[in-house]
Write a protein that binds this ligand. Structure first.
Ligand SMILES: C[S@@+](CC[C@H](N)C(=O)[O-])C[C@H]1O[C@@H](n2cnc3c(N)ncnc32)[C@H](O)[C@@H]1O
Length: 300
């Protein structure tokens, strides 16, 4: 039978694909590598069909390899007997733990049939959440900014694993980027936050990304004419004075071409004063990051 790698999307239960949901509902066992993915899976699968997998909180590659071998040995017999699923947040093929499992299964249990169900990745979900339009023809690079790193070069970048936003921000601004941050986008657990102020997210939270765009980037689009041509539509002044709804509401990108973060009018949300930011969320982040087996930046 088959082992399905199922992408759960960014975290909200109804962002799982129809196919993913069907496979989760039909699978004999649904394996989850972390607490957040387990919580999302539980929206579709009764608890008795969830198979928890233990991963050590370590960067030691030897120990991680042993853990993946053990996970594969647990999953393989069930995948021979019936259909099983292994869930990951986002897409299984984007910066994901599923790759570790797939390679381990390929190496030690090559007879197992394997199928992947794509999920809504943070790579695409960020655009809606942050009100960014990646227009046809534009380039977009994915980078990692763990431990305050500030990768530079491309005109537009998505940065994953933003764990020290102030440090990352300093490097990016120095290199001429405008940056917007998104935390826990489309997630049911924890507070969603979109901001261009790194001080608002100086508490580490694993589920934080950034979108960086060169400040001097010039984009010409046919519909840009609507910004100044009073006969065909409102000027940008009018639309922004009206509350900027065309360019902003529910993350709908502007028809006038990409604007800077503030101009985009993205609803920049702060956490409430009494939010338990440094308790629950950070604990979840640490646990999830390591339970996924990707504490090590070199474990592939
Ligand atoms: C190991 S990658 C997993 C990516 C996932 N497989 C996907 O396709 O979205 C984890 C990183 O993705 C980003 N990320 C994933 N989901 C997110 C979300 N809902 N909100 C903000 N960032 C998210 C964060 O930067 C986090 O550190």
């Amino acid at each position: 039978m088959t082992l399905y790698g199922v992408g759960l999307g960014p975290g909200e239960a109804d962002l799982v694909t129809v196919r993913g949901k069907r496979i989760l509902e039909d699978a004999d066992v649904v394996y989850s590598p972390g607490r957040l993915s387990r919580t999302v899976a539980l929206e579709h699968v009764p608890e008795e069909r969830i198979g928890d997998l233990e991963f050590p909180m370590t960067r030691d590659e030897e120990k991680l390899r042993a853990a993946w071998k053990e996970a594969a040995a647990e999953i393989a017999p069930n995948a021979r007997e019936g259909d099983v699923a292994f869930v990951t947040l986002g897409d299984p093929n984007v910066y994901s733990t599923f790759g570790h499992l797939r390679r381990t299964i390929d190496a030690f249990h090559p007879d197992i049939d394997l199928e992947i169900v794509p999920g809504v990745s943070a790579v695409t979900a960020f655009a809606t959440a942050l009100g960014v339009e990646i227009e046809a023809g534009a380039g977009l690079s994915l980078r990692e900014a763990a431990s305050g790193a500030s990768p530079t070069g491309p005109d537009r970048m998505i940065l994953f694993k933003v764990t020290d936003a102030p440090a990352t921000h300093a490097g990016l601004v120095e290199a001429g980027y405008e940056v917007t941050y998104g935390r826990r986008l489309f997630m049911e657990q924890g507070e969603t936050l979109v901001t261009d102020d790194p001080a608002e997210i100086d508490e580490r939270d694993y589920y934080t990304l950034a979108y960086a765009e060169k400040a001097d980037l010039e984009i010409e689009q046919a519909t840009a004419a609507f910004r100044t041509d009073g006969t065909d539509g409102p000027s940008s002044d009018e639309s922004i004075a009206d509350g900027g709804s065309e360019s902003t509401v529910a993350g709908r990108p502007s028809a006038n071409g990409p604007l800077s973060g503030r101009e985009r009018g993205v609803e920049f949300r702060s956490l409430p004063e009494d939010s338990d930011v440094d308790g629950t969320l950070v604990d979840l982040e640490r646990a999830e990051g390591c339970e996924h087996g990707d504490c090590s930046e070199h474990w592939y």
